[in-house]
Design a protein around this ligand. Structure first.
Ligand code: SAH
Length: 228
């Protein structure tokens, strides 16, 4: 059982990604508990203020430390957390080994930034790990958090129907996945490779391995050199 607490100022953005498909199934099966907390409920005063102008007078707003501190402190009083993760474009790049590692944790907090980001003291004092989903900037940490959660939860044994299917995905063995096809075998003359229709498991396995290797050499040669 893995428990993930996501902190956000726009929790609505997380509703759909967390309530369908594999993530939903994992929650229903009791493999993962995922809670979304609205930082605004911990905001200051009647207006529930959570953001303010940056010191030094730059454009844009910054998420204040106090509401975030309050919610993290409350959660930590209830249980221990293995990681407090901040989603940020300058964090460690999310990849399959990181997802594998995090899928073995018990409790984690994922903090989504917004606007210009969070008061840097949050990162200096409360966060234990910073994760990026790529070298580009999105408006909020919710989509990155949804990507991270999905990448983790689908790895929990039992989350995916066919246990083997997560293991045969790209990157699990430093190789890209081979191509997949389904019926019809011939669509307007575009044919599925004959070997897949041969019924010969040995030939099919050999074909898949060869395709994996060739696609990796062509599309992600750095995986073979152990650079990624
Ligand atoms: N001013 C910041 C970007 C803020 S974007 C900077 O230049 O680094 C607003 C929020 O979206 C961030 O706080 C972060 O939580 C989230 N975010 C945006 N792009 C992201 C990415 N590539 N990976 C992870 N989180 C991202």
């Amino acid at each position: 059982m893995i428990r993930i607490d996501i902190l956000s100022v726009v929790p609505e953005l997380l509703e759909s990604p967390l309530s369908h498909s594999i993530v939903k199934r994992a929650s229903d099966k009791g493999l993962a508990e995922i809670y979304v907390h609205n930082i605004r409920e911990y905001g200051r005063g009647a207006y529930r203020q959570v953001d303010d102008y940056p010191f030094g007078g730059e454009a844009g707003m910054v998420l204040m430390i106090e509401p975030i501190f309050n919610i993290i402190t409350k959660l930590k009083a209830e249980r221990d957390y293995d990681e407090v993760i901040y989603m940020t474009p300058d964090g460690e790049m999310l990849d399959q080994p990181m997802a594998n590692r995090l899928s073995c944790k018990r409790n984690m907090i994922i903090l989504c930034g917004h606007y210009k980001g969070v008061d840097h003291r949050v990162r200096e004092n409360l966060v234990t790990m910073e994760v990026s989903i790529g070298n580009y900037v999105l408006s909020g940490g919710e989509i990155p958090a949804a990507a991270l959660v999905d990448s983790i939860v689908r790895l929990i044994p039992g989350a995916i129907g066919d246990e083997m299917s997560a293991l045969s995905d790209s990157f699990q063995d430093e190789l890209l996945a081979p191509p997949v096809y389904t019926r019809p075998a011939d669509f307007n003359g575009w044919r599925v490779p004959d070997v897949l229709l041969s019924g010969n498991p040995k030939l099919i396995d050999e074909w898949r391995e060869r395709e994996s290797l060739e696609r990796t050499k062509k599309l992600r040669p750095s995986l073979l050199k152990g650079e990624d």
